[in-house]
Design a protein around this ligand. Structure first.
Ligand code: NOJ
Length: 707
């Protein structure tokens, strides 16, 4: 602290503003206008942090400029979007969420942090913990899905993983929980659009993951681009100051999103950069990513009396504190070396990638692939598209190090002839359907590699239709018409509405964007080397008209009843999703029995022991996932039909029985009261356990909370 006060006291106002300004290097372009005279700005101490620079040589050179050639000699922070891996690319967050395994989430963040830190990165703009219930929104791919409990577990695990035992460690990077908050609820799923949320939904759905990240010690938080009810998040005093800093006790750094402070003018709440900067600083935004607003606007805001010097100092102090915590003052080049991806990291990538693959349908027994197969047709624009496997936000991930579906299958099936044909391209042309059909006719089985390219989701990747882009459906239907067995592999950043494919194909798997090891992981599942475990972290809609769709619906006075008018349903499509949250088949089949909840009557400070027996009814060893939900049927505020409180995974040999159990604290049955503080109301609660959120498949028992 002494060092920080000394440094702060020695800085001019311009240099203080420099500490709050983050400029972009040219290595990756993730925002407008990222080409700047970076070196000149570093020498003049006009920037205190840099984004999109990595590689130890480049980072060292820039750091040296700051240390040796700028007057204050304060080291720079280097920030990068290390979202799902740095050089070794892991599955996209939506895919990884489907493992429902905090240990895996933490391990991949740990491995990504080690690679990124060795490459000079000290700060990642991750984890992204926005709850996503509308798959039109492209950033669904970056999110842990629809559920606030999952998002909270994900936020905590990723924060632990990125930050490790402490920020000073060579292999740690500072984490940024983003995008605070409600970004997943953009109007009609349209990127950057306005958000209008009830305070209740904000508190029940969108804020818990940020509270979990703060509790896990996250170093930074990034406000979202959007406005919530007319108040842009980059100027949102009640949420950034009131909720985040005061109620959650967050003392870390708040970093704006790219160019979000100047965009306060476009939002219509600031007349110029001085006003925009003042609004942002007063809301507690310490770092201006993009850097143009604070550099131009803050000194004018001081001159005009819109902000005071103590407010500027408070932000500079927090930025210097983060640098101190990272150990940058003592070791500005900490841990940097030419990184070589470790074999263990690739092995982890394969393990997590295969674990994330979700078997959506298996209508006829085509999987695992029969050992006697001698000729397979691999058809579709994603069959040999190594680059696309990396998905959006792949940092230093390299196409030449990624394994395509074709390459993975060729390695796994050396005695099988695999003919590959794209058939059509991703977005437009029917170039080679005839050749693809020839391939399919000559094969015993076809595997359709369909879906989205990596640029079709992620930031600014909203889509109004959730079907297959381009001419892929025509290709797929022509292959299905041949009448031979067909397996569909869906590469995508969101659920795709393909009822016709689910109806006709023998099996369909969601493979999302699995990263560097995609092809090997897919081959592991198709050949049965690995029995699928992936479960959907969101409800998969039948039609785009059903979105937003999620299991934690509130009850209606007129629940949906098939075929009955005047109920909460659609005339043209069932109200239920194509596949419920938690869905994911396995080559084994599991049955749950004997749900026990004890004691049946419990006091507020106690816990409920919940257990259920799990039977692998098949001859194949596999792993089941069991979901614990609760339902509060009578409360002062209507509660959702189901609320997730836990997930357990259990590996069982063929025919084996086991059980899973939870100690559910009664406090977990509380909900935000009228003041949004936790409120536990005595009364009856239902404990519901199942293999997905499908209400028909749940075992239920009741307990009573007594005063
Ligand atoms: C804009 C994105 O919204 C944010 O998630 C990202 O971290 C920044 N650009 C930096 O690339």
């Amino acid at each position: 602290m002494e060092r920080i006060e000394r440094l702060l006291g020695a800085l001019t106002v311009t240099e203080k503003i420099g500490q709050l300004s983050m400029a972009a290097a040219a290595r990756a372009v993730t925002g407008p206008g990222s080409q700047r005279d970076l070196e000149k700005d570093i020498r003049s101490a006009a920037v205190g942090s840099v984004l999109n620079a990595w590689g130890s040589a480049e980072v060292r050179a820039l750091q040296r400029l700051a240390i040796e050639h700028s007057r204050p000699g304060i080291p720079l922070l280097f920030g990068l979007d290390v979202i799902h891996g740095h050089r070794t690319v892991f599955p996209v967050p939506l895919a990884e969420a489907g493992l429902f395994d905090p240990d895996s989430w933490e391990q991949t963040a740990r491995a990504a942090a080690a690679e990124a830190a060795a490459d000079g990165v000290s700060l990642t703009f991750a984890p992204m913990v926005d709850v996503a219930r509308d798959p039109r929104w492209g950033r669904t791919v970056e999110s842990p899905g629809e559920d606030p409990w999952v998002a909270s577990e994900f936020a905590a695990a990723k924060t632990r993983g990125f930050q490790g035992a402490g920020l000073r460690a060579d292999s740690s990077v500072a984490a940024t929980a983003k995008h605070f908050c409600g970004y997943g609820a953009v109007t009609a799923g349209r990127e950057y659009a306005s958000v209008d949320l009830s305070e209740r939904t904000l508190h029940e759905v969108h804020l818990p993951a940020f509270a979990a990240a703060v509790a896990a010690g996250v170093a930074a938080v990034m406000p979202a681009f959007i406005d919530v009810g007319g108040v842009p998040m980059s100027a949102n005093v009640p949420l950034l100051q009131g909720w985040l800093r005061v109620r959650q006790g967050f003392h870390g750094v708040v970093i704006s999103d790219y160019n979000a402070i100047p965009e306060l003018c476009a939002h219509g709440v600031a007349a110029d950069l001085a006003e925009a900067s003042a609004l942002a600083l007063r809301a507690g935004i310490d770092i201006d990513m993009g850097g143009s607003a604070y550099r131009t606007g803050l000194s004018q805001a001081l001159d005009r009396g819109l902000i005071e010097h103590w407010q500027l100092d408070a932000s500079v102090r927090r930025v210097l504190m983060l640098k101190e915590m990272l150990g940058l003052f003592d070791r500005p080049y900490r841990g940097q070396e030419a990184p070589v991806p470790a074999a263990a990291t690739r092995a982890l990538a394969r393990q997590v990638a295969r674990g994330a693959i979700t078997l959506l349908t298996h209508r006829r027994p085509v999987l695992p692939l029969a050992a006697h197969l001698r000729r397979i047709a691999l058809i579709g624009p994603l069959a040999s598209a190594a680059q696309e496997m990396l998905g959006p936000w792949h940092a230093d991930g390299r196409a030449e190090e990624a394994i395509s579906i074709l390459a993975g299958l060729q390695t796994a099936l050396p005695r099988c002839r695999i003919d590959s044909s794209a058939g059509v391209d991703l977005t437009g042309q029917r170039r080679g359907i005839a050749a693809a059909l020839e391939c399919a006719r000559a094969a015993e089985l076809s595997i359709l590699c369909l879906g989205e390219g990596s640029a079709m989701s992620g930031e600014a990747g909203s889509r109004a239709e959730l079907g297959l882009p381009g001419e892929q459906r025509a290709l797929a239907e022509a292959v299905l018409d041949i009448g031979r067995p067909v397996i569909g592999l869906l590469t995508s950043g969101r659920p795709l509405t393909l009822p016709w494919l689910f109806e006709r194909a023998d099996a369909v798997l969601a493979t999302w964007f699995l990263g560097s090891e995609a092809g090997d992981a897919i081959a592991d599942v198709l050949t049965g080397t690995f029995n699928p475990t992936g479960k959907l972290p969101l409800s998969w809609p039948r039609q785009v008209g059903q979105v937003p769709i999620f299991f934690a619906q509130r009850p209606t006075g007129r629940p949906a009843r098939a075929g009955e008018r005047l109920t909460s349903s659609y005339l043209d499509v069932p109200a239920t999703p194509q596949f419920p949250f938690g869905h994911g088949l396995s080559y084994s089949s599991f049955a749950l029995r004997d749900l026990r909840c004890t004691p049946r009557s419990v006091k507020a400070a106690a816990a409920i022991e919940v257990s259920v027996s799990v039977h692998n009814e098949s001859a194949t060893a596999g792993e089941a996932s069991v979901f614990l939900f609760v339902r509060d049927p009578l409360a002062s505020i209507a509660r959702p039909l189901l609320e997730l409180k836990g997930v357990r995974r259990i590996a069982l040999a063929g025919g084996e029985r086991g059980s899973v159990a939870w100690q559910l604290p009664v406090a977990a049955l509380a909900f935000p009261g009228v003041d949004f503080e936790p409120l536990l109301e005595p009364g009856v609660f239902e404990i519901c356990v199942g293999q997905s959120a499908d209400a028909d498949g749940l075992l239920r028992c009741s307990i009573e909370v007594v005063p």
